[in-house]
Design a protein around this ligand. Structure first.
Ligand SMILES: Cc1cc2nc3c(=O)[nH]c(=O)nc-3n(C[C@H](O)[C@H](O)[C@H](O)COP(=O)(O)OP(=O)(O)OC[C@H]3O[C@@H](n4cnc5c(N)ncnc54)[C@H](O)[C@@H]3O)c2cc1C
Length: 417
């Protein structure tokens, strides 16, 4: 309702009041709608779910789930969403009373979903512990990560150098012992994963003579609940200083920004090295169990040339997956089915080719880090779920993709750009 009190008198605006009463007036929504986003007292942006969407021409409320990215928008990728990105409030810890150190897997040089869960758990423990604590992330080798601040890192120890490249647990543990001596962390947290976290955590525990909690999934300062007995039982024990954490142990940080201030380790004692890294061995991606595959190319009813699909998977070095329709139609074996009644996959990259994104399929890819959809239908649910979408015919796109991979292998990245 319009009111003007510049001279101390409240003035009514009959026209605005009339528009507010008239639900069919084209300006009705502008007059009565509460703001879709407001900044709360803590500085965080709050969304009002009732204010999302717009009234369509037939008077029904519509929600644009493509964020202005439908065909009528000329294909501008997630423009509205990106524009709406807001700067999160910065949290700084200048003089911490204690440290919690989280050692990251940093698979492929980037924080994994599991790493982010561990950082979320670190902040939970900081909150529950008396005094002001800082979360320190330790990363080894090449880092391509640009968002340590948004993942909840207050301090960052980045340890690089030839000695820490590849499989080098002995040198890494020596570095962690130096961190232990320097910061005397209240807790040590590791992702309990096959990507290094489990081994480093176990080795450090042995060196420090401490007993770690493994597969811990519910942790507070008093107790840690750990999965045991081949995941069939839960064991509750007092929370130790060293924790190997299961995936989804805590929610990742997403509402605050942190300083990610670097800490330099002055001297790392050299370790006696008995393990030599002879490099990686090529494996057939289709021999990797689907549930453990890192990179999956998955086929649905939108695949019309199956020979080409198998060739594309081979060229990309991806493990093959499939929708139930592709399996039921006899194009793929049953053990390749992804979804509620197939395998639940945890790939870092999942490419869904010609898969519509039925809820049963989406359930099976809930844990995947990055989903890429190739589909002709811009409105399908797989495209809504995907982090990157390619709209077009699967055959043409797989063809182009294979050409780019070949070019890349022959002439370097610049040729394939
Ligand atoms: C109890 C129950 C359990 C189920 N469990 C599972 C399960 O575990 N896993 C599972 O996957 N499904 C499961 N389903 C089936 C599921 O509901 C869907 O029917 C199925 O996932 C659809 O498979 P699809 O996306 O390949 O096929 P469709 O739904 O037919 O979609 C094909 C897609 O391909 C696209 N397309 C067509 N032509 C092209 C082209 N030339 N280029 C690019 N894209 C193209 C279309 O736009 C469409 O999006 C289950 C169903 C039930 C009832």
């Amino acid at each position: 309702m319009s009111a003007n009190d510049y001279d101390g008198v409240i003035r009514r605006d009959p026209r605005t009041e009339w528009i507010a009463r008239n639900r069919l007036h084209p300006q009705h929504a502008d007059v009565v709608a509460p703001a879709a986003e407001t900044r709360g007292p803590s500085g965080l942006i709050r969304k009002n779910p009732h204010a999302v969407g717009f009234i369509g021409p037939n008077g029904l409320k519509r929600i644009d789930r493509l964020a202005g990215n439908g065909p009528q928008a000329g294909g501008a990728r997630r423009g509205a969403k990106a524009a709406a990105e807001v700067e999160l409030p910065l949290v700084t810890v200048d003089n911490p009373d204690f440290y919690i150190v989280a050692v990251m897997d940093l698979v492929g040089g980037r924080l994994s979903g599991h790493d982010k869960d561990v950082l979320g758990q670190a902040h939970k423990l900081v909150k529950d512990t008396e005094g002001e604590g800082a979360v320190v992330a330790v990363v080894f080798g090449e880092s391509k990560e640009e968002a340590y601040d948004k993942a909840g890192v207050d301090r960052l120890i980045h340890i690089e150098g030839e000695a820490y490249e590849g499989y080098s647990p002995e040198q890494r543990v020596a570095a962690l012992q130096a961190v232990d001596a320097m910061l005397e962390p209240r807790y040590w947290l590791f992702p309990d994963s096959i990507n290094g976290g489990n081994e480093l955590g176990s080795r450090l525990a042995a060196k420090l003579g401490e007993r770690p909690a493994t597969q811990a999934w519910q942790v507070d300062v008093a107790n840690a609940v750990c999965r045991g007995g081949s995941e069939r039982t839960d064991i509750t024990r007092e929370t130790p200083r060293l924790l190997l954490l299961a995936e989804e142990c805590a929610d990742p940080i997403d509402e605050t920004r942190h300083a990610a201030q670097p800490i330099v380790l002055e001297a790392i004692p050299s370790a006696i090295v008995r393990i030599e890294d002879k490099g990686q061995v090529a494996v057939d991606p289709n021999q990797i169990p689907l549930g453990e595959a890192e990179f999956i190319l998955s086929a649905g009813n939108g695949i019309h040339d199956w020979d080409q699909f198998h060739m594309a998977a081979e060229v990309l070095g991806a493990t093959e997956g499939a929708s139930r329709v592709a399996v039921d139609d006899g194009f793929m074996p049953r053990f390749r089915q992804v979804g509620a009644t197939g395998t639940w996959v945890t790939a870092r990259v999942y490419i869904a080719v010609g898969i519509s994104g039925a809820v049963q399929h989406l359930q099976g890819i809930g844990q995947c880090d990055k989903v890429i959809a190739i589909n002709t239908d811009v409105g399908c649910d797989m495209i809504k779920r995907a982090d990157l979408s390619v709209i077009g015919d699967s055959q043409e796109i797989l063809d182009e993709l294979m050409k780019l991979v070949e070019q890349h292998r022959q002439g370097g990245a610049e040729n394939a750009a």
